[in-house]
Design a protein around this ligand. Structure first.
Ligand code: NCD
Length: 456
């Protein structure tokens, strides 16, 4: 049976059942790492890295070699034909043809892996796209929680540091919410979780941010406006939240990140002390049995004095990157059957049209790549109607939404639009753009209800 080509662009591309099945495979690979060279002989993975990497690239290459395959490495893509102006689309069409069976891509532009997947004849694995996502690190992080804690649902996980630009944090937060874990955000001031991530957590998983009282986290949170994110229902929460907000009493895992200075571009990093973990901060009661995780590399945010603390698992965490990536490669190359239903297609969302404006995110691949990329947008929510960039997930602001069959445009919250099929929706930044595209305002009655009804 031929298998449909699958990519790993976002953590959404794998279902919870698939992720659990990957954990089982990874357990098996971790137990006997040298006994699986019969799984992918004759297959080649290509590492295309446009940004530095140690762990992600080497653990993928180690994983492929342990599965009996070969690797092609372009760790310095800036010295490749990219420096001669070759587009990403052309590069993946070439590398994914005769040269390799799977592409592992790291790129500074957000949405680069989604673009690569549109053109590649072989599976594309996102090994980090700018500040956007890093799904294989998330699978590694979830696998670590699974091994260390035996379950993920209901865990209280602190995410600390640069939550704005850490792509590992964004993918991890989506996955934690999907698995039913609670998140305590302890950002450096000015580097809070981005709105587009919070909005998605709210809309897809019903996660409402609650102000958190993090005094029990000691000096780790002394400078931070902590926020608690929980997929629990509001009626459950009302049982145990008080006016000061959620009190952080007990932490199961503490996930520290480094400042992503390469993406700060002039942002004021000196506003507050960066959260830092050392013997003193680890002595607080709430962290008594918290495992300490970090995607690495670390700078000064974790003091080496706690490296020998049994709660510090960051080196084990990095080692587990090999078995989980063996499981990912085996699956995407069609060499190991997970025995569960694949995630339904459509993680990329429902396409909608946008009249007029490009994605506002200057780091989006639809802005940084000038050739072979067509701006694309997907529905972000229906009430009111909203759309976001299909590449970098950034939400766009629209004042008007048209229906391509009635040729009328309406306010995004207009009731008339509820019945319009997504393929007939056209989002406009302003009235001028709508009218330039040949759309007309709908006539309004005195009570403000639209009289012209669009045909869906
Ligand atoms: C992370 C990354 O590249 O986003 N590193 C990794 O893949 N393990 C984290 C980081 O660089 O801070």
């Amino acid at each position: 049976m031929t298998q449909a080509l699958r990519h790993l662009v976002s953590i959404d591309d794998f279902s919870v059942e698939e992720i659990r099945a990957l954990f089982e495979k990874a357990d098996h690979f971790a137990e006997h790492p040298r006994a699986h060279a019969d799984l992918c002989p004759g297959m080649i993975s290509a590492s295309l890295f446009y940004e530095p990497s140690t762990r992600t690239r080497l653990s993928f290459e180690s994983a492929m070699l342990r599965l009996g395959g070969g690797v092609l490495t372009a760790a310095e893509m800036k010295q490749s034909s990219a420096s001669k102006g070759e587009s990403l689309a052309d590069t993946v069409r070439v590398v994914g043809g005769a040269y390799s069976d799977v592409i592992v891509l790291r790129h500074p532009s957000e949405g680069a892996a989604r673009l690569a997947a549109q053109y590649s004849p072989v599976p594309v694995i996102n090994a980090g796209d700018g500040a956007h996502e890093h799904p294989t690190q998330t699978l590694c992080d979830l696998y670590n929680l699974h091994v260390e804690r035996g379950h993920i649902e209901g865990l209280d996980v602190v995410l600390a540091g640069d939550l704005k630009y850490s792509r590992t944090v964004h993918s991890f937060a989506y996955a934690l919410a999907r698995f039913g874990a609670n998140i305590v955000c302890v950002p450096q001031a000015g580097f809070e979780m981005p709105d587009y991530v919070l909005r998605r957590l709210r809309e897809e998983f019903g996660v409402e941010p609650i102000r958190a009282d993090a005094r029990r986290l000691g000096n780790l949170a002394s400078d931070s406006d902590a926020v608690y994110l929980t997929p629990q229902k509001p009626h459950q929460l009302s049982l145990f939240t008080d006016a000061r907000g959620w009190e952080v009493e007990h932490v199961d895992a503490l996930y520290m990140t480094r400042p992503q200075t390469e993406r700060h571009a002039g942002a004021d990093t000196l506003k507050a002390e960066y959260p830092r973990l050392g013997k003193r901060s680890m002595a607080v009661e709430s962290l008594r049995d918290a495992v300490v995780m970090h995607p690495l590399p670390r700078r000064d945010e974790i003091d080496s004095e706690i490296d020998s603390d049994p709660r510090s698992i960051y080196f084990k965490q990095a080692a587990r990157g090999v078995p989980i990536r063996m499981a990912i490669l085996g699956m995407l190359l069609g060499r190991s059957d997970l025995g569960v239903e694949p995630a339904p297609p459509g993680a990329e969302g429902i396409a909608v049209r946008v009249g007029g404006n490009p994605c506002p995110n200057p780091a989006c691949i639809s802005r940084t790549e000038t050739r072979h990329v067509t701006p694309a947008f997907t529905l972000a929510g229906r009430v009111p109607l909203r759309a976001h960039c299909a590449y970098c997930s950034r939400e766009l602001t629209f004042d008007w939404v048209g229906c391509s069959t009635s040729r009328h445009y309406h306010a995004p919250s207009a009731g008339d639009l509820r019945r319009v099929r997504p393929e007939h929706l056209v989002f406009f930044p302003d009235r001028e753009a709508a009218e330039a595209a040949g759309f007309e305002p709908v006539a309004r009655s005195r009570d403000g209800v639209s009289s012209g009804s669009p045909r869906a």
